[in-house]
Design a protein around this ligand. Structure first.
Ligand code: GLU
Length: 369
């Protein structure tokens, strides 16, 4: 179990406000943060891509702004986040830089992970950062997100990021060491070390939010588990109270594993093949079919015809000889796709600019039927 984390190729680590911000002083807990960054650096040395999702902007900013204790109004939280995010990003950036790792601040809203076009953009940016060896430090863009379009908690946000980036492990570092059959202070509550499915019984185990600083609690962690498992990503809820919280997981410290049954790639492909209704067709030649059979991406040069009306990120059928043999998420809208039918990559660039992607359907977004 513990090797799931040490063997992972892509890890998302979510850090809750209660761990990062001292409740008494309102300052960042620097030695804890440094010990976590040591663990992250170890994961990177072992070859993993690392993405951080860090809360703490509101907790840090509220004191600096002189806001009262207790529950804040939405606009007060947003103002606090605007102040605290600066300190938060700086703390991560400095700690990572001390280990020769570049930090990248990424602030996202719900629609960035829900709406397909923005989703593809967010994913491309994060992929580029990872390729360059940077560690994205993600938080919700609290200052602009209004209540209807807000995650409000970073547990679900982290799970969406893990799903979007096909991570294989999502770590939720929390002020509690895992899931219990009932609120842990209740008599007879037992610890759940591992589960593979989120049944109504599991949902019923989540009590009321426990921590006074963040906005999570077990309910949002279970919701995060649903998102992660359906994306083929394992999730672990572990305590972040001690130093080196990730190392402790790999050394077998008690924590709750939500074990995915499929891997991220399979899950994504199932999702493309099964749940989405194609809204367009790309007719391709035999050569392109051969390349796709070998696991390559579909390039405009291999496309002979485009039918239907679609947006970038929609699902299209890939057809040859009148028969659909693959399905994928298309990287261009229908209008641009028609313009680049049969063109070589250099010609696509000339026509649509250097920022145009060369694949019309990327192999990660493609499923053979
Ligand atoms: N985005 C919020 C912050 O940075 C935290 C959300 C949460 O507590 O999960 O303060």
């Amino acid at each position: 179990m513990t090797s799931r984390l040490s063997k992972a190729k892509r890890v998302v680590v979510k850090v809750g406000s209660a761990l990062l911000v001292d409740q008494k002083t309102g300052a960042i807990k620097a030695s804890w943060l440094n010990s976590l960054v040591d663990d992250l650096a170890d994961l990177k040395v072992a070859g993993a891509d690392v993405i951080l999702v860090s809360s703490g902007a509101i907790a840090l900013g509220r004191r600096t702004l002189g806001l009262p204790k207790g529950k804040l109004k939405l606009e007060q939280s947003q103002a606090a986040a605007a102040v605290g995010q600066i300190a938060l990003a700086q703390a991560w950036s400095e700690a990572l830089r001390a280990r020769n790792i570049v930090a990248a601040q990424v602030l996202v809203t719900l629609t960035d992970t829900e709406e397909r076009r923005r989703y593809l953009n967010a994913r491309a940016t994060l992929s580029t950062l990872l390729t360059q060896g940077a560690v994205p430090v993600i938080n919700e863009n609290d200052t602009v997100a209004t209540s209807e379009i807000r995650y409000g908690d970073n547990d679900r946000l982290a799970a969406r990021v893990a799903s979007m980036m096909s991570a294989d492990v999502l770590v939720l570092l929390s002020d509690i060491d895992g899931l219990y059959s009932a609120p842990p202070n209740q008599k007879g509550a037992t610890f759940i070390p591992e589960l593979t499915e989120i049944t109504p019984a599991v949902e019923a185990m989540a009590g009321k939010p426990v921590s006074g600083v963040g906005s999570g609690g077990m309910i949002t962690k279970i919701e995060a588990g649903k998102i992660a498992l359906s994306a083929g990503c394992h999730m672990v809820i572990a305590s972040g109270h001690e130093l080196h919280p990730l190392k402790r997981i790999t050394e077998g410290e008690r924590c709750s594993w939500f074990v995915a049954q499929a891997n991220a790639r399979q899950a994504r492909k199932q999702w493309i093949a099964g749940t989405l209704q194609p809204v367009g067709r790309l007719v391709v030649d035999e050569g392109a079919k051969g390349a796709l059979d070998k696991g390559k991406s579909l390039l405009p040069a291999g496309v002979k015809d485009v039918t239907g009306n679609f947006e970038r990120g929609d699902t299209v059928s890939i057809v040859t000889g009148g028969e659909e043999f693959a399905r994928g998420l298309v990287a261009y809208d229908a209008e641009d796709a028609r313009k680049i039918v049969g063109l070589k990559s250099s010609e696509v660039e000339k026509l649509l600019g250097a920022e145009a992607t060369h694949e019309i359907v990327h192999r990660d977004d493609l499923v053979m039927l």
